[in-house]
Structures are given as C-alpha cells and as structure tokens.
Design a protein around this ligand. Structure first.
Ligand code: HEC
Length: 145
C-alpha cells in the first residue's frame, strides 16, 4: 500500500466514523422524542384525537370505553372499573396489550379481554395517547390512613 492510499484510507475511515457518529446521535434524539409520545416497545405513535373518538364510539368489537370508564376515563360507572384519565400512556398501552394477548387474565379481566381482543396496535397507541393526555383525578394512597 502506498503512503497516499494509506492517507486516503485513514481519511475515509475518519469520515465514515464522524458520519456514523452524527447519525447515531440524531437517531438517539429521535428515539428519545418518540419515547415521550409513547415508549411502548413496538407500538406506533399514538394519536390522542383518534383515541378520543374511539373511546367515545368503540369499534373492532369494543364497546365505547366511556360506557364503563366514564367521560375521559374519569367517571367509572362502578368501583370495579378503574379510572384511566391521566394514567401513564405506557401503562394503558401495556395493559391493553396484556388483555388482548391474555397475559392479564382473571375473573374481572375477562370483561376487558373481550374489549381489547380486536384492538389494533394503532388503536392501542391512540387510546393510550388519549387517556394520558387528559387531566385525570388519579391519586395514590399516601394520605390514606
Ligand atoms: C363493559 C365495561 C368496559 C368497557 C366497555 C371497557 N372497559 Fe376497560 N375495564 C373494565 C373493567 C371491569 C376493568 C378492570 C379489569 C381487571 O380487573 O383487570 C377495566 C380495566 C381497564 C384498564 C386497566 C386499568 C388499570 O388501572 O389497570 C384499561 C387500560 C382499560 N380498561 C381500557 C379500556 C379501553 C381503552 C376501553 C375501550 C376500548 C375499555 N377499557 C372499555 C371495563 C370496561
């Protein structure tokens, strides 16, 4: 190998590395941004407006979510129906995936499994984005006796 070709090779490697480094940083930033929208692995980005519409109307075999969880998921019709408004998008998405694939099962979960079994990944992402976007009235029990 001549000295010139060595220099060229070194230059090419340096360029490749910097190009690659730059791209990796960009990809990382994009991934981090996406995570804020929905970091559920494998789910598309959710659309809160589409989720709001689905929650009101239902579809794919699901009754309107609002008919059990109430308006904006904040007014469940009964104590066994959890509040969804203001819940973490990831939690909603993972719960819906688990109901759909049967890993979240049990006597009361069958109600939700029936609602979730026909949901697409996009609908799950949309519903998660919607419920996470509304002002909720969830609270923990740190003030309870
Ligand atoms: C027929 C009533 C009913 C309908 C309709 C319904 N749900 Fe549910 N949902 C329930 C019940 C009951 C539970 C509690 C199930 C359990 O014990 O796991 C639940 C639980 C959930 C949970 C878990 C919440 C938590 O805090 O763990 C999510 C998320 C959820 N529902 C989302 C939805 C969405 C989205 C829709 C509309 C596609 C919907 N539900 C429609 C009755 C319903």
């Amino acid at each position: 190998m001549t000295k010139t070709s060595m220099t060229l090779l070194t230059l090419a490697c340096a360029l490749a590395l910097s190009a690659c480094g730059g791209k990796a940083e960009g990809e990382h930033a994009a991934a981090a941004e996406g995570e804020h929208a929905s970091s559920s692995a494998g789910l598309p980005k959710g659309d809160a407006a589409a989720g709001r519409e689905f929650a009101a109307k239902g579809g794919n075999g699901a009754a309107p979510c609002a008919s059990c969880h109430g308006a904006d998921g904040n007014a469940p019709i009964d104590g066994m129906y959890p509040k969804l408004g203001g819940q973490y998008a990831d939690y909603i998405a993972h719960s819906l995936q688990a109901y759909r694939n049967g890993t979240r099962a049990g006597a009361t979960a069958t109600v939700m499994a029936a609602q979730a079994k026909g949901l697409s990944d996009q609908q799950i992402a949309d519903l998660a984005a919607y419920y996470a976007s509304v002002t909720g009235n969830l609270r923990d029990l740190h003030e309870a006796n």
